[in-house]
Ligand binder design. Structure first.
Ligand SMILES: [Zn+2]
Length: 230
């Protein structure tokens, strides 16, 4: 007698969706992604990384603006921190949605980073915890926005194929995922038979050609940024 139990997702598949969740949330919130990998790092023990540009200098509580620099308002700082925490939580949220259960161990590093960031706004533990609970709900809901889950799946698929993607390749997959979701909605509204037609495909390698745009900034790129290992 055959077992009716569905095959459990592999660790690699879970990691791909976790990192894809970080990446999709970054684009959705207007942030850049430098690269995404699902390659195990034996030094820090992470299974994957979504690498982003470094945090702004004004996030440092001791930062003072020099001549010509704009002072950082509380609102600006709060908005940046909130987006960052949403991106951190979106990794675990995507993994949970894909795998069906929360991975508290895998998301530990993200949680710890989120606590550090929230600590820049709140010193009271009860306030801080309530704030993080609210942002965790918002991160779950972020993935329910139209086209977002399809973008996560497209990025995860690219990661499982290549293990490592550049920021440009990830952006391409994000767009393809969202556009396919939009095409499917339009097709369903017109005629059910068309729902399967008009689907766009992209492999990470397609993003390499003909993508160089004039005037794209290349200088001053700092190597180290946020890295949500899991
Ligand atoms: Zn993560």
């Amino acid at each position: 007698m055959k077992s009716k139990r569905a095959a459990r997702p592999s660790t690699l598949e879970r990691t791909a969706h976790h990192e894809a969740g970080h990446a999709a949330a970054s684009f959705l919130l207007g942030r850049r992604v430098l690269s995404v990998t699902i390659i195990r790092d034996d030094v820090d023990g992470s299974l994957g990384v979504c690498r982003s540009p470094p945090p702004p200098v004004w996030l440092d509580p001791f930062w003072e603006p020099t001549e010509g620099q704009r002072p950082c308002s509380d609102g600006r700082k709060r908005a940046w921190i909130e987006m960052e925490i949403l991106i951190l939580f979106a990794g675990g949220a995507a993994e949970t949605r894909f795998g069906g259960r929360r991975n508290f161990v895998g998301a530990r590093k993200d949680r710890s980073s989120a606590i550090n960031l929230a600590g820049l706004l709140y010193s009271d533990t009860a306030e801080l915890e309530a704030y993080l609970r609210w942002l965790a709900i918002r991160a779950d809901n972020l993935l329910k926005r139209p086209g977002t889950w399809e973008a996560v799946e497209a990025i995860a698929g690219g990661l499982l194929e290549r293990r490592k993607l550049t920021g440009r390749q990830v952006r391409k997959l994000y767009k393809v995922g969202r556009e396919n979701a939009l095409l499917a909605v339009h097709a369903r509204s017109r005629c059910p038979e068309e729902a399967e037609g008009g689907r766009m495909t992209a492999t990470p390698s397609e993003g390499k050609k003909g993508r160089r745009k004039k005037g794209r900034r290349k200088k001053g790129r700092r190597k180290k940024g946020r890295e949500e290992g899991r």
